[in-house]
Write a protein that binds this ligand. Structure first.
Ligand code: ADP
Ligand code: ZN
Length: 717
């Protein structure tokens, strides 16, 4: 009898019979569950709580390697920390059922050498031998086709011993990175950092922040650590934000190591996921670059975890199991006793505080690579130099664009707003089109002829008549989205080749790589984009970055609004002047005195972070205190509110814990469900999980009410 963790929302494993098979802990097994058959993982000996006569036997043991004790300990830790059912966390380690069934090898044929002079060789048989000699082994049918003979000919040759038949596995796609290829000539700072990282690789657990300005060569430096890891015959995992968008990263990897890394993200096909999962579990994939979900895969011999752009918000998962991949990467590194490397030009306060306290080490790269200088930054005060009515680019920005384009250099305009306009309303009655499933307005995407909800994807064709007052053609766009900026650029610079880039205007990784290559090789003059253009890219001739609305993101009660805006602006600014030509960053702002804008203007990173830190410390907010959000949702508002009031009465009393709520979430209606929030605040050393567990133990959600717990929340929607 063994206990099997099953991939459903339960925490305790279920007991199953094993017969006389020897099934070790961690084995991946197929078991019956409520009329279905699912893959689970053996989590130890059975509990013996159920009458053995009622237990069901395991159906099949996967030939995939068992989950290591470390990988299981990691699952247990994440489940306990995030208060998620263990089954759901376990499921993230085996997300592709197709990879678990025994993998069929393919049968291929090859000529038997040396040829026997006694063979009776017809012209057809000769052709088969000739073809087989020059191409890699093929399946019998394919070889017959290649040689232009009937399948029977090849079958007879096998029977006569002229061809041999072998089973092969089809996972030869993952080649060993050539770690000993020459690396670029590193600057003294880079070389010192690379050496320290190479030394950390192979030692046990440590966390190091690689803190370097944009363009300082952080990627080149951490690839040295990856090379060391490969040389040590271990696997290296590199987590990147929005991996599917980083064609440039893959290109650099190829240049450095001569092969492709294994990639892991949501755009893979099922076959790719299956093969990649297997290759990771069997240790055939050596370097894995992935999105946050790659952190949970069962590595055969993990040796290093790199989290690039560690401050990035896309590492936080906010649905299902709510976790932050940067924080969990540190936990995984600790569980597996391997080093963790965090890289950023704008590190999070969380990480910086850990550096200050000595928990994390730090390596600095203070200068840009080569002769490149940091760009100059200036603010355009929109109160003094506003654009004309209905326009969004102020005169000084237009002037700078004119100059840059005249010199044959490139411009990037940044606005973190997809679509044509954030708001569309009826000029007659002020009516706005709302999403029927969410408390959100529909956003016009003129290029696609749609009004779209940015939360659930619902869309309608723009109405010609106002549904409220009946007036015709009365809808007017208010404010700019990037499509509208593109319109203005086309009017101002009709000869400039422009391109719009946002998550909804690009169709897939190929198109992204093409756009990035077009920009890098100067087939685009003006790139207009949202945050996806802000990150990582290296465009040598991009010298002017214009931020259309630098104030965007500063509003709202979000704890990290300032920090996040500063990070994003710094990343965008970091695209300018990365090669020989000096860069200029122009920030359009209505509130130039805001601390974030001032920090950008004065390049005062340390001062800004210090005051952020002091603010958080004074209010006991993260990273100095702890938060957890409890989001309660339901189809109908009244029973939901009753339920939340009952929850509020059951909050355990604890002197050092504050519980706020219930309040309507800012997105009080989302995908057809009403939402309420509680926020729990506790001191840093307080075991917030125990408190939440204690509270939840008394609560039984009825009907369609769901409770989602988010420990260390980042979004307050
Ligand atoms: P970061 O990740 O810090 O923004 P990158 O690693 O992208 O910086 O480096 C910026 C640019 O400089 C890239 O094109 C990179 O290839 C180049 N670069 C950095 N260091 C070196 C080096 N030592 N030799 C040659 N090129 C380098
Ligand atoms: Zn919606």
């Amino acid at each position: 009898m063994v206990a099997v963790a099953v991939p459903v929302a339960v925490s305790d494993p279920y007991d199953y019979l094993v017969g006389d098979q020897n099934v070790e802990s961690g084995s991946i097994v197929r078991v019956p569950l409520g009329g279905r058959s699912v893959w689970g993982v053996v989590w130890g000996a059975g509990s013996g709580q159920l009458d053995p006569a009622r237990l069901k036997p395991i159906q099949e043991v996967s030939d995939a390697p068992p989950l290591s004790a470390d990988a299981r300990a990691f699952v247990d830790w994440v489940a306990a920390y995030t208060l998620s059912p263990r089954g759901m966390v376990m499921k993230m380690t085996i997300p592709v059922a197709e990879a678990l069934a025994p993998q069929k090898g393919q049968s291929v044929v090859a000529p038997v050498a040396p040829a026997d002079p006694g063979w009776r060789l017809t012209p057809g048989r000769l052709r088969v031998l000739d073809v087989a000699a020059i191409i890699p082994p093929l399946a019998a049918g394919d070889l017959a086709r290649e040689a232009g003979v009937g399948a029977a000919v090849v079958r007879q040759m096998i029977a006569a011993g002229m061809l041999s038949q072998n089973q092969v596995r089809q996972s030869a796609k993952f080649h060993l990175p050539q770690f000993d290829r020459p690396s670029p000539l590193l600057s003294p700072d880079q070389a010192a950092a690379a050496l320290a990282l190479r030394q950390a690789v192979g030692a046990s657990f440590s966390v190091t922040l690689l803190d370097g300005v944009t363009g300082s060569g952080k990627t080149e430096v951490y690839l040295e650590a990856v090379a060391q890891c490969v040389q040590n015959e271990s696997q290296a995992l590199v987590l990147l934000p929005e991996i599917s968008l980083s064609a440039q990263w893959l290109e650099r990897f190829r240049k450095r190591f001569g092969v492709e890394p294994a990639v892991w993200h949501s755009d893979l096909t099922l076959a790719q996921r299956r093969d990649t999962w297997r290759a990771i579990a069997q240790g055939e994939a050596t370097v894995i670059v992935g999105a946050r979900s790659a952190l949970f895969l069962p590595y055969a011999s993990l040796g290093l975890i790199v989290v690039d752009e560690e401050h990035d918000g896309s590492f936080k998962q906010e649905e299902g199991v709510c976790y932050h991949a940067r924080d969990m990467a540190v936990v995984r590194g600790k569980t597996e006793s391997v080093p963790v490397l965090l890289a950023s030009a704008t590190p999070s306060l969380e990480t910086l505080v850990n550096v200050q306290s000595g928990k994390y080490g730090v390596l600095h790269l203070p200068d840009r690579h080569g002769d490149a200088q940091m760009p100059d930054t200036a603010v355009i005060d929109l109160r003094k130099q506003p654009p004309p009515r209905g326009h969004w680019l102020a005169p000084p920005l237009i002037e700078a664009m004119t100059k840059t384009l005249a010199e044959g250099e490139q411009v990037m305009l940044f606005l973190n707003r997809r679509g044509y306009a954030p708001l569309t309303l009826c000029r007659g009655c002020g009516h706005r089109l709302q999403c029927p499933h969410c408390s959100a307005w529909l956003v016009e995407h003129r290029a696609r002829g749609r009004m779209v909800c940015h939360h659930c994807g619902h869309w309608v064709t723009p109405p010609t008549v106002c549904p409220d007052c009946g007036q015709e053609d009365s809808f007017a766009a208010c404010g700019p989205g990037i499509e509208r900026i593109a319109e203005e650029v086309a009017r101002l610079f009709p000869d400039a080749r422009q391109c719009v880039m946002a998550s909804d205007t690009i169709t897939g990784p190929e198109q992204t790589s093409r756009l990035i290559a077009d920009m890098a090789e100067r087939r685009i003059d003006v790139l207009i984009g949202t945050q996806i253009v802000a990150k990582g890219h290296h465009f040598p001739l991009l010298t002017l970055v214009g931020v259309v609305d630098a104030d965007l993101g500063l509003e709202g009660g979000d704890l990290r609004a300032g920090e996040r805006t500063w990070q994003l602006l710094s990343q965008v600014a970091g695209r300018a002047g990365r090669a020989q030509h000096p860069g200029l960053v122009l920030l359009q702002s209505w509130q130039p005195e805001h601390p974030v804008i001032q920090a950008m203007l004065l390049s005062d990173r340390d001062g800004f972070l210090k005051s952020e830190q002091e603010g958080r410390q004074a209010s006991g907010m993260p990273p100095f205190g702890r938060l957890a959000a409890v989001i309660v949702s339901g189809k109908d508002a009244d029973p939901l509110d009753d339920f939340c009031r009952a929850m509020a009465r059951l909050v355990p009393i604890h002197a050092s814990v504050e519980v706020w709520g219930p309040v309507s979430a800012p997105l009080s209606y989302l995908r057809g469900r009403h939402r309420r929030r509680f926020l729990v605040k506790a001191p840093r050393t307080f075991a917030i999980q125990a408190f939440l567990k204690d509270w939840m133990a008394h609560i039984k959600p009825k009907h369609d009410i769901r409770i989602q717990i988010d420990v260390d929340p980042y979004s307050f929607n």
